[in-house]
Design a protein around this ligand. Structure first.
Ligand code: ADP
Length: 294
């Protein structure tokens, strides 16, 4: 028996139990995931993701000239990730100033995203990615990575593929997908954050916390890859949902102009070309987003 990091007693026997501590029936089941892109008007691209209890925002700016100049790379764009947890995101108040864990996560997420973006297309520039965790319940780094890659696509930045990420590992003597906080606090817990480019299967994030046999690791890895592929579907439909909606708006704006004709006077008339212009801009953004391989 072990006390969780937050004082809660963590007891379960998954080999006997029919379900997991949070009610999930399968060891290979993900917590519910919802993604929405384009949620932050001030950013070039953004995404909001809910994953079980985790809630994260991702905002992308750039590519823009990297400053100071000595930070520029003449061969590629530098992706700078800033991972932050809100003070109220965890049961014990998180110190507002960034800690070592925040720096580590920012670094590994940046490295993972570098593999997905055509960074060589934007020499001397910087792409800034801000990920903010407002509610955390284990797996926040993979939630942030998943959201950040959607935000990059929303910003119209050309990418080889999205990065889909999940936690996988071991808890209560079973190999499990997407560990929640109680499972991460299990006495035998092994947490393996995993991120892949689903089209090629390339692994862009792989970390491990705990001790596991080779066989168990391979099983967890396979489970994780399958989980990432399911997450990929959710990411793609979140991106499609936004651009389908914008296409619909463009169509209706064009239809309205056609129906009402150029002769109609008044405020409404003046507003319409503006509407169409705005809608046309969105299609340009859509064209950029199409560069992300499906
Ligand atoms: P991840 O969130 O990627 O699984 P960790 O395994 O390092 O990262 O952390 C697991 C969980 O521990 C976090 O999701 C969060 O719920 C909790 N946690 C992390 N840092 C703190 C903190 N400073 N105070 C309280 N809980 C924290």
């Amino acid at each position: 028996m072990k006390m969780g990091k937050h004082g809660s007693e963590v007891v379960a026997d998954y080999s006997k139990d029919k379900k997991r501590m949070d009610g999930r029936k399968g060891m290979d089941e993900l917590r519910p995931i919802k993604i929405k892109v384009g949620v932050i008007p001030n950013a070039d691209g953004s995404a909001y993701l809910e994953w079980g209890q985790n809630k994260v925002y991702a905002a992308v700016y750039g590519p823009r000239e990297a400053l100071p100049k000595h930070s520029q790379n003449p061969y590629k764009s530098v992706i700078k990730v800033s991972y932050r947890m809100a003070t109220f995101s965890v049961p014990e108040r998180k110190q507002p100033r960034p800690n070592r864990r925040d720096s580590e996560i920012s670094k590994v997420l940046g490295e993972a995203l570098q593999k997905a973006v055509f960074v060589e297309n934007f020499p001397n520039t910087e792409i800034s990615v801000f990920v903010e965790v407002v509610d955390a319940n284990a797996g926040s780094r993979v939630a942030c990575l998943t959201a950040a890659s959607c935000a990059l696509a929303d910003a119209g930045i050309p990418m080889r593929d999205l990065v889909a990420a999940t936690g996988t590992g071991k808890a209560f003597n079973e190999i499990v997908l997407d560990l929640n906080k109680d499972e991460e606090d299990a006495p035998d817990a092994v947490d393996i954050p995993l991120g892949i480019l689903p089209q090629t299967g390339e692994i862009v994030l792989l970390q491990m916390d705990g001790v596991i046999t080779k066989e168990e690791f391979n099983k967890a890895l396979q489970m994780g890859i399958k989980g990432c592929k399911d997450i990929y579907k959710i990411q793609k439909s979140a991106l499609k949902a936004k651009y389908e909606l914008e296409e619909l708006k463009l169509d209706s704006a064009k239809k309205a102009i056609k129906e009402e004709g150029p002769s109609q006077a008044g405020e409404e008339k003046a507003a319409k070309p503006e509407k169409a212009e705005k809608a046309e801009k969105t299609t340009k953004k859509e064209d950029k987003a199409k560069k992300v391989k499906k």
